[in-house]
Write a protein that binds this ligand. Structure first.
Ligand SMILES: CSC[C@H]1O[C@H](OP(=O)(O)O)[C@H](O)[C@@H]1O
Ligand code: ADE
Length: 307
């Protein structure tokens, strides 16, 4: 990407976080590659600006350009903060997942609406700390409006063999090891639909940053609870590769829909606007606020402390 400009002057409203096996999106032309630094460090990769029909789309590789970052090393705070700093308000996050239910077959897509947190607290998971406290609501971790768009796009692709399950619970484990059989069966008994290592803290940070965030999952295996072979990396990559055309088409179709509504309240996430700010402003009294922590919040929300 050395030949691409390293600056872009217009706000970018929509972004994709690509996961395992989703390193690019078809039909969009790269027009810039941005090297952003945030108060939480650098994102996992440069942010590629893609363009289709005049609408810019940000693309970030969750595990780095070469998949060199383990799930617990992903720079989730820098990723979300960097996207927000470019003007992003809508994030579509892609993830390769194991299936915890018979009916979710490898290569099926799932648009989850819930998460169970099985990370171990070793990943930095909040913007609001170090002298500024905030508690955002997280009852519904994903964005229902974006989920509806994904569902519509998938329905239109049924003829191409795209199967999409609407709703479901993603169990996010710490990794990088896969689960034990006992864990896998326990997650099933909890009602888990799919399992990955990436939904958190990404979704929590997106909520704190007042972004509309929806994950699209693609099943690559049955983890280790099923009678079929236990998951391994080769299996995940094989199914990602086998279905990459559909995955890219689905993400592309969703982006087309969102790009057509670039300036709508939905894409601008007006429904999340002010939620984090309310959660922060009422907690830490002015005398207890740390100036550096305040500056970091200001990076996310310019003008935050002015009124
Ligand atoms: C290669 S299997 C485990 C790996 O795959 C998923 O990555 P992503 O969510 O970024 O697509 C899973 O969460 C793990 O990080
Ligand atoms: N079985 C599994 N467990 C955790 N993350 C995954 N990503 C893909 N398959 C997975």
């Amino acid at each position: 990407m050395a030949s691409l400009p390293d600056h872009f002057d217009r706000p970018v409203r929509i972004a994709v976080i690509g996961g395992t096996g989703l390193g690019k999106i078809d039909g969009y032309t790269p027009i810039a590659s941005l090297d952003v630094t945030t108060p939480w460090g650098k994102p996992s990769s440069p942010i590629l600006i893609l363009e289709h029909g005049g609408v810019p789309i940000g693309f970030l590789a969750r595990h780095g350009l070469y998949h060199q970052l383990a799930p617990h090393e992903v720079a989730a705070r820098a990723n979300i903060a960097a996207l927000r700093s470019l003007g992003v308000r809508t994030v579509i996050a892609f993830s390769a997942v194991g299936s915890l239910q018979e009916e979710i077959k490898p290569m099926d897509f799932v648009v989850p609406d819930q998460i169970i947190d099985r990370t171990k607290g070793i990943r930095p998971f909040t913007f609001f700390e170090g002298g500024v406290v905030g508690h955002v609501g997280f009852a519904d971790p994903f964005d229902a409006g974006l989920a509806a768009t994904v569902q519509q796009c998938a329905a239109a692709m049924r003829g191409d063999g795209v199967v999409l399950h609407s709703g479901g619970t993603v169990v996010c484990i710490e990794g990088p090891q896969f689960s034990t059989r006992a864990e896998s069966n326990m997650y099933r008994s909890w009602g888990g639909s799919v399992i990955n290592m990436s939904a958190l803290p990404e979704a929590k940070l997106a909520r704190e940053a007042e972004l509309a965030y929806q994950m699209i999952c693609m099943a690559t295996d049955y983890d280790c609870w099923h009678t079929t072979e236990d998951v391994d990396v080769a299996m995940v990559l094989k199914y990602m590769e086998a279905n990459s055309k559909n995955a890219k088409h689905l993400v592309g179709a969703v982006l087309d829909q969102l790009a057509a509504q670039e300036n709508s309240d939905k894409v601008l996430a007006k429904h999340w606007e002010g939620s984090a700010q309310g959660a922060v402003k009422f907690m830490t009294k002015p005398a207890g606020r740390d100036p550096e922590a305040m500056k970091r919040i200001e990076y996310l929300f310019p003008g935050f402390w002015e009124n």
